[in-house]
Write a protein that binds this ligand. Structure first.
Ligand SMILES: [Zn+2]
Ligand SMILES: [Zn+2]
Length: 103
């Protein structure tokens, strides 16, 4: 049975915080093994800053999200900078180039 837990000081504001049953349930649902090291408020703040693009990726620039798809030409993996749609075939870079050269 879950119960509210008093957590060690938050990494950002150094205040002790309560890990509520609700949050613990969410953590289990998301398969997160590690306990959060920040209080909910600081996590929200960080998330808000990330959403505004103030917190940057490891390389100091925005990581582009790629979608994994199967190439309709060769059946190999294709990386797409956009979300693939089921009603259109997608091609890997090689096939894309080949298509362009053929057409
Ligand atoms: Zn905090
Ligand atoms: Zn291909």
């Amino acid at each position: 049975m879950l119960q509210d837990r008093l957590m060690p000081p938050c990494r950002d504001c150094k205040k002790e915080w309560t890990f509520t049953v609700l949050e613990q349930a969410l953590q289990i649902e998301r398969n997160q093994e590690n306990d959060p090291s920040r209080c909910p408020e600081c996590r929200d703040k960080r998330k808000a800053r990330r959403d505004r693009g103030e917190v940057q990726g490891r390389n100091g620039r925005h990581d582009q999200t790629f979608y994994q798809a199967t190439c309709a030409g060769c059946g190999g993996p294709a990386k797409l900078p956009f979300k693939p749609r089921n009603d259109r075939p997608v091609y890997c870079q090689d096939c894309h180039r080949r298509n362009r050269m053929a057409g």
